[in-house]
Design a protein around this ligand. Structure first.
Ligand SMILES: N[C@@H](CCC(=O)N[C@@H](CS)C(=O)NCC(=O)O)C(=O)O
Length: 203
């Protein structure tokens, strides 16, 4: 979702190729040749193949500085940008993976159940941290201007939709979700992906 929104924000031409995880298409040999992790997304740009959505975001934002979605080297906001991008991808997203895909980590059902409970507790602390950070500055993660961080974070907020305390219940996060989802690039991404905030659109 996040690289897809950024592609639309920067306004470059691209072709979207659907990889249906529910049908195991991410494990097909042709896809594994591009991304041996069997994960989406993967960006193919000429001869370059790039996976990991945070890396794809940086790659796209650097190639299109005019979109102003990432502070460039030398900018005072570069440090906070990198901090949040790495934290979102290696900390917040990891616990979200534990909640959604406990089966990737544990074989025993009871242990998976425990893992989800712990993950949800940890996620509550992380979303409180984000909400408080947004409350002190904002309305975006690195101040008054939207960046790729906000797009990446709102994508991860959607992953909480089935949890007891989804991200929308945190006031400052909810304001950010409203701002990002109101962007035409976000709306176009959701339409093209055939999803809404709560899940897949009925076919
Ligand atoms: N760190 C990777 C994670 C990507 C990821 O986990 N994608 C999920 C879909 S949102 C996936 O491909 N899941 C397939 C699976 O776990 O089998 C990234 O940010 O690109």
């Amino acid at each position: 979702m996040a690289p897809h929104v950024v592609l639309r924000e920067i306004g470059c031409r691209f072709e979207l190729v659907r990889v249906d995880i529910s049908r195991g298409e991410n494990r097909a040999p042709a896809y594994l040749a591009l991304n041996p992790n069997a994960r989406v997304p993967t960006l193919v740009h000429g001869r370059k193949v790039i996976y990991e959505s945070a890396a794809i975001l940086m790659y796209l934002c650097e190639a299109h500085p005019e979109a102003r979605l990432m502070p460039l080297p030398g900018d005072a906001d570069r440090g906070p940008f990198l901090q949040w991008l790495f934290w979102l991808t290696n900390t917040l997203q990891e616990d979200l993976q534990h909640w959604w895909h406990a089966d990737n980590y544990l074989d025993i059902e009871a242990a998976r159940h425990d893992m989800k409970i712990v993950a949800e507790r940890r996620l509550g602390r992380m979303f409180s941290q984000l909400d408080s950070s947004l409350g002190q500055g904002g309305p975006y993660m690195i101040g008054p201007h939207v960046s790729a961080i906000d797009i990446f974070l709102v994508m991860l907020c959607r992953w909480t939709r089935a949890m007891a305390q989804p991200a929308t219940t945190y006031p400052n996060l909810n304001r950010l979700i409203g701002l990002v989802t109101a962007r035409p690039a976000w709306a176009a991404m959701m339409l093209a992906e055939g999803i809404d905030w709560n899940g897949p659109l009925a076919s």
